[in-house]
Design a binder for this molecule. Structure first.
Ligand code: KG4
Ligand code: ZN
Length: 336
């Protein structure tokens, strides 16, 4: 089965070809980061227009790379939600149109399910059940993953997502969008311990998160301190240390609560080096295993969408149907 995956939920156009026997054949990505940088964040209308420009050339590119043609496809998978409505519509319209023209099924995939299952694409895939820490720009959730499509929400952020907190901290420190990689790089030069920021809800005895207070604490710190490079690096370090402490502590608590010993980390923030190092350390200390997607598949990509569709294949595919909708808001735990 050859599946074309289309991801267009935010600021990356991702296309990929996944073969259920041979695995991932090709994937290609166009990041809109440079385009949105002038505005300090994603401009939804510009995102949609750029997805339109990229989606057909990128799909040709992955097919050529794999030595295949449109006629070889058995299905087209696309991100149905959650995400920016206009951006989602581009991928959905393309996927639906292509599938209908080829007379093959199309499958709408939940973006977070894509992230969640992406470590299964790596050389060392986890087995079910496991706990997943989903940390992206829009979501911070702990899920119990029983099997494909069976996801139980254990806890989530009450306000800002982890990636959002990275992005806002970056802005406060005068760094460019997207903030995660920029804050992480700056934090490497910072000294630990000069500033201590709060670890919100770390002792709340549940699996919920909250990051808006941490963002406010960063704002107060930035305002009250000199704005030299060394101070900014120390603030970045203090922010990241607080964030990593909370994410590790809650992940360990989720493993204890579920009595599971496998943790999957997915979503853009999962690319964070310090988070990975702290989780690896926590795994050794608390005797659990951590699984990550390949680094290039941590942030948004088409491979995870094609792959999730391949795993869903066993559950039966939807009939060929040219009508479609997108779901800018979509609860992962409601999937079947
Ligand atoms: O999963 P993703 O690519 O898109 C969403 O579905 O949101 O995640 C994007 C988020 C952004 O907030 C970005 O700043 C953050 O992931 N991110 C990072 C790193 N790389 C990306 N955060 C911390 N450290 C990183 N290395
Ligand atoms: Zn994502």
């Amino acid at each position: 089965m050859l599946i074309l995956g289309v991801e267009s939920s935010c600021d990356e156009t991702g296309l990929a070809l996944y073969d259920s026997d041979a695995g991932l054949l090709a994937h290609a990505l166009h990041s809109q980061v440079a385009m949105h940088q002038d505005y300090g964040g994603v401009v939804p209308e510009l995102a949609s227009r750029d997805h339109i420009r990229r989606v057909i050339p990128l799909s040709r590119q992955v097919l050529t790379q794999a030595g295949r043609g449109f006629k070889d496809l058995d299905a087209v998978a696309y991100t149905e939600g959650p995400g920016l409505a206009g951006a989602l519509l581009v991928g959905a319209a393309f996927a639906k149109g292509l599938a209908f023209a080829l007379g093959i099924p199309s499958v709408g995939i939940h973006h977070l399910e894509g992230h969640l299952l992406s470590p299964l694409l790596s050389g060392r895939p986890p087995v079910f059940p496991f706990v997943a820490l989903l940390v992206s720009g829009g979501h911070t959730q702990l899920m119990r993953v029983n099997s494909v499509g069976r996801y139980e929400l254990l806890g989530e952020t009450q306000d800002d997502a982890a990636g959002e907190a990275f992005d806002k901290t970056a802005k406060l420190l005068g760094l460019e969008y997207p903030g995660g990689p920029a804050v992480s790089k700056l934090a490497e030069m910072g000294r630990a311990g000069r500033f201590k920021l709060p670890r919100p809800m770390i002792n709340s005895h549940d699996l919920e998160f909250s990051f808006s207070g941490l963002k406010t604490a960063v704002l107060m710190l930035v305002r009250s301190q000199p704005s030299d490079a060394a101070t900014h690096a120390d603030i970045a370090r203090a922010f990241q240390d607080a964030m990593v402490d909370v994410l590790v502590s809650k992940s360990v608590a989720a493993l204890k609560a579920t009595k599971l010993n496998r943790l999957v980390v997915a979503g853009g923030v999962g690319a964070n080096k310090q988070l990975r190092a702290a989780l690896d350390e926590g795994a050794e200390k608390n005797r659990f295993e951590v699984f990550y997607p390949e680094l290039e598949l941590c942030t948004d990509n088409g491979a995870m969408i094609a792959f999730a569709a391949a795993l869903r294949w066993g559950k039966g595919l939807p009939p060929i149907d040219p009508t479609f909708s997108v779901r800018p808001r979509w609860d992962l735990a409601a999937l079947g």
